[in-house]
Design a protein around this ligand. Structure first.
Ligand SMILES: [Zn+2]
Length: 138
């Protein structure tokens, strides 16, 4: 049996390297860089180093885990959070691009985002989501 086959046999029935593990590895690398940047402040550098070990151990443990079902659920949750983060980034970008034509307000009761054309004076706004009415200068 060659080395590849041995590895394949060892990894059989284990979770393996998934997207969440990839993210954890990246986080560990960021912590390595941070701990190197903060060598002038030993307590913080040590903290980053401990975090780096913890994240790395957790990552390796996930890759080798035999509870594949649970690890897949974690991976799915990670994907959801990543999607939400990208959506949020797109929202920030869109608001920035439209900032000259529109103003954006949060509904005080349900926190939904409202988009209103600029320069219309004081307006009575109605939230589309919950119907709450409030006044804002546009
Ligand atoms: Zn609302």
């Amino acid at each position: 049996m060659n080395f590849r086959q041995k590895i394949a046999q060892f990894m059989y029935g284990r979770n393996g390297y998934d997207a969440y593990s990839q993210f954890l590895l990246l986080a560990a690398i960021v912590l390595v860089v941070l701990s190197m940047l903060f060598t002038w402040l030993p307590p913080l550098a040590v903290l980053f180093q401990l975090g780096e070990y913890a994240v790395l151990i957790y990552c390796i443990w996930r890759v080798l885990s035999r509870n594949v079902y649970k690890r897949q659920q974690e991976n799915a949750r990670y994907y959801e959070k990543r999607q939400a983060f990208f959506r949020w980034c797109r929202g920030v970008r869109d608001r920035w691009q439209q900032r000259k034509e529109y103003r954006f307000f949060r509904c005080p009761s349900c926190h939904a985002l409202l988009r209103v054309p600029r320069g219309k004076g004081r307006l009575q706004l109605t939230c589309r989501k919950c119907g709450n009415r409030f006044e804002r200068k546009t």
